[in-house]
Design a protein around this ligand. Structure first.
Ligand code: HEM
Length: 130
């Protein structure tokens, strides 16, 4: 009984976002975006396979792609790509011993770049501007 209680307490603590360090957030973001991009890769291949069935399949996909839910999904892919890619560059640099002392600042700076990039993409996807 005692063992079960401490197990469930441990599980709850696992999902508790308080007092996590920046590095932990960076790891969590990297893993969530990595899983999201991998899921997207398979979905993308399935969609491409469907398009090859002919002009009707292509046209119906294009109609579906204009749906706001689809555009929101595309935004998530852009966000995941920017966050994972930019954070990935920091991880690669740090792995070679470059900028390790400033990894926190590097992470926060790169995430600001990611947010700016996401805003630029969102603007052109929603308003169609360049
Ligand atoms: C600009 C492009 C990318 C860069 C620079 C990049 C970089 C990295 C790095 C450095 C890691 C290792 C993280 C670590 O050891 O802590 C990683 C993990 C990973 N990446 Fe990427 N990546 C990129 C694009 C992608 C894409 C497009 C996908 C999926 C289609 C992907 C899927 C993954 C997966 C599944 C992991 C393992 C995550 C984990 O263990 O938590 N990455 N990436």
């Amino acid at each position: 009984m005692m063992k079960n209680e401490s197990n469930s307490e441990n599980l709850i603590r696992w999902f508790d976002p308080r007092s996590r360090k920046v590095g932990t957030w960076a790891f969590i973001l990297n893993r969530i975006t990595a899983l999201g991009l991998t899921l997207y890769l398979f979905m993308h291949l399935i969609v491409l396979g469907n398009l090859a069935r002919g002009p009707e399949a292509y046209d119906s996909f294009i109609a579906f792609a204009k749906n706001p839910v689809f555009i929101f999904g595309e935004m998530l892919v852009i966000a995941a790509g920017l966050i994972h890619g930019l954070n990935g560059i920091r991880i690669a640099l740090n792995s070679f011993g470059v900028g390790v002392r400033y990894q926190k600042q590097l992470f926060l700076g790169l995430m600001l770049v990611a947010v700016a990039g996401i805003a630029v993409f969102a603007r052109s996807m929603v308003f169609g501007g360049h």
